[in-house]
Design a protein around this ligand. Sequence first.
Ligand SMILES: Cc1cc2nc3c(=O)[nH]c(=O)nc-3n(C[C@H](O)[C@H](O)[C@H](O)COP(=O)(O)O)c2cc1C
Length: 358
Amino acid sequence: MLFSPLSIGPVTLSNRIVISPMCQYSADDGSMNDWHLQHAMQMAMSGAGMFVVEATATERRGRITHHCVGLYSDQNENAMRRVLNAARSVATNDLKFAIQLGHAGRKASHHVPWQGGRALSKEEDAWITSAPSALPFTQGAPIPEALDADEMQNIKQNFVNAAKRAVRLGFSAIELHGAHGYLIHEFISPISNQREDEFGGSLDNRLKFPLEIFDEVRKVVPSDIALGLRLTGTDWRDDGLSVEDAKNVAKSFEAHGADYLCISSGGITTGLKIPVGPNYQVHLAKGIKDVVSIPVRAVGLITTAEQANDIILNGEADMVALARAFLANPRWGWDASVALQQPIEVPPQYERAYKVPQ
Ligand SMILES: Cc1cc2nc3c(=O)[nH]c(=O)nc-3n(C[C@H](O)[C@H](O)[C@H](O)COP(=O)(O)O)c2cc1C
């Protein structure tokens, strides 16, 4: 099952293994460099059906850190083109390239994780973050500015501009980041959205701006490119988004033309009690899969071939995304093909090292 093809909207993946988006925190003013070149080239030969390029900021202040990738300038676009061209030149297995577009909202202006991940200080060129409400991510974190109507218009336009760049770059799929406590999720969750205007209050109201962003992006993404989202399956807090809310959110994006969904969770604030373990978010994906008819992707501590295969076999999700497993082993797909005795394309130069079934 894991190695059977899957159509996500207009795009057919050669298998159901997806490399989850992973920030590398290594860009220069949003532009990819040699780090991304080697990373993408490794992932291009991983045996996956789709590689999702890391969360890519639609504007400069939408970056989490000074070193996040962006698509807000010609330089960013050209640097990414160089990386993609190289990765495509060695890609096997009909790998499809996707990109995650996002805005960090109140979680912007932070250090990279390996420098502690704390909020930047003024001396460290911090910037003013923006969010639905002027509520900090966590106690002591910088207080964001609540977005006004003009700024929301700009945010939408920046998503559209970045999507146009992604289209020009030839991505097969574009994925909006609506999880992990970043801007789109911040609007949907009542924890971070306490607006009193038409964009706050009921779930329908909180969804209004995210759906507006989605609709505007949908208009500029041609029908041969898949447009999906990563969403949260729960906020893991009684006063946050519940699984039932997440189902309604998923149905709304499906009704607006989403081609697929990836269901993750967490990140809306600190101190969440999440029962992290193998498959810990799979039930969330299954819950969404039960109420939509577009393909659903599961993610979160899926590490072995058998485990991934079972998720598909049991009908819990249509595809799986793996993040850390691919960092640890960029040949994860080849190993899975051996483990499950399913054929996969391996570059002839490396064939003698791999007894993949033909
Ligand atoms: C280094 C690293 C960077 C990540 N960056 C992103 C990102 O850009 N966008 C995103 O949605 N999730 C990001 N995540 C979360 C992963 O995509 C994934 O959802 C999470 O790691 C759970 O999957 P895993 O158990 O297979 O690692 C990142 C995770 C890691 C380890």
